[in-house]
Design a binder for this molecule. Structure first.
Ligand code: NAP
Length: 275
């Protein structure tokens, strides 16, 4: 199968390359391929992919809050360009989206068809991207994920470890809740999903959810830093440009119906540290 991966050098893109080893892969990333340039992206159709896994995005949520125009340019217009190339090639598209399309006022994890309402520019640009891709394509998988971590690029796990070693203690918020998701587990799930041709919306996250604080405590425990104090704080004690949805874990019901589930996040974290 000929598969294009956009954002191929990012956390998920790198994991997708490993999960799809053996497939005919075409890797796309800046600077050679900029998804905000319609002419560059339309060349993708000439490569005649059967599937495009669209991982490229502006993922710095605070950067998106500081520069919403750039967030929409990369996350929404870029996705529109990729979707148009898929349309021209007749390719299926996997659009990687986020739990931040939800407002976080729920009391139970969000299901695939719960109402979306983004509360920050990153989430809004990704929600607009879901809408534009859905309008343009029928062969579309929208895969929502949250709190991605993997070896290789800075992520919440590596940042907690670095901050613990630098400061000897951590202050972490208790009022942001979601699902830690290990990129290699997600990539394996996406590799299975694209075989099904069951186009639709999916929540592919590791099982279970926690607050950032609980995640940090588990990171300290599993990395042999139990002695590092982790102090619980609330987000009003933090100055940051973006406002994350407070309670936005995702519930995987449609993937599970196809037999595609991910293991508990604590087990995945153990693999991260044993790598
Ligand atoms: N990370 C998370 O916790 C998280 C949570 C929910 C959803 N997601 C979604 O999951 C997907 C993958 O995330 P990730 O963590 O793997 O992201 P990542 O590590 O930041 O990788 C994104 C890749 O896209 C590239 N890129 C940025 N702008 C581009 C452009 N204009 N044209 C082409 N490529 C461009 C980036 O290059 P540079 O590094 O040079 O910018 C990077 O290689 C994204 O759609 C993201 O919105 C991520």
């Amino acid at each position: 199968m000929r598969i294009v991966i956009t954002g191929a050098l990012g956390q998920l893109g790198t994991a997708m390359q490993a999960a799809l080893a053996g497939a005919d892969l075409i890797l796309i990333d800046v600077p050679d391929w900029d998804i905000t340039d319609p002419r560059q992206v339309s060349r993708m159709a000439d490569l005649k992919p059967e599937v495009v896994i669209h991982c490229a995005a502006m993922t710095d949520v605070d950067g998106c809050a500081r520069n919403p125009d750039l967030a929409y340019r990369i996350n929404t217009f870029g996705t529109q360009n990729v979707a148009l190339a898929c349309q021209r090639a007749g390719a299926a598209m996997v659009h990687i989206s986020t739990n931040e399309v939800f407002d976080g006022t729920a009391t139970e994890p969000y299901r695939e068809f719960d109402s979306r309402r983004a509360i920050n520019p990153y989430g809004a640009s990704k929600l607009a991207a879901e809408r534009v891709a859905t309008r343009l394509l029928t062969k579309l998988y929208v895969v929502r994920i949250s709190w991605l971590f993997a070896r290789g690029r800075p992520n919440f796990v590596s940042k907690m470890v670095d901050l613990a070693d630098k400061h000897g203690q951590l202050r972490v918020v208790t009022d942001e809740v979601a699902n830690p998701t290990y990129a290699p587990d997600l990539a394996a799930a996406v590799a299975r999903l694209i075989q099904t041709e069951h186009y639709g919306v999916y929540h592919l996250v590791n099982e279970g959810y926690c607050s950032r604080y609980e995640f940090a405590v588990e990171i300290m425990k599993q990395s042999g830093r139990e002695h590092v104090p982790v102090l619980p704080i609330t987000s009003d004690q933090l100055q940051r440009p973006s406002t994350p949805p407070p309670f936005a874990p995702l519930r995987n019901t449609f993937g599970a119906a196809l037999g595609i589930t991910l293991r508990p996040w604590q087990e995945a974290l153990a693999d991260y540290f044993s790598e």
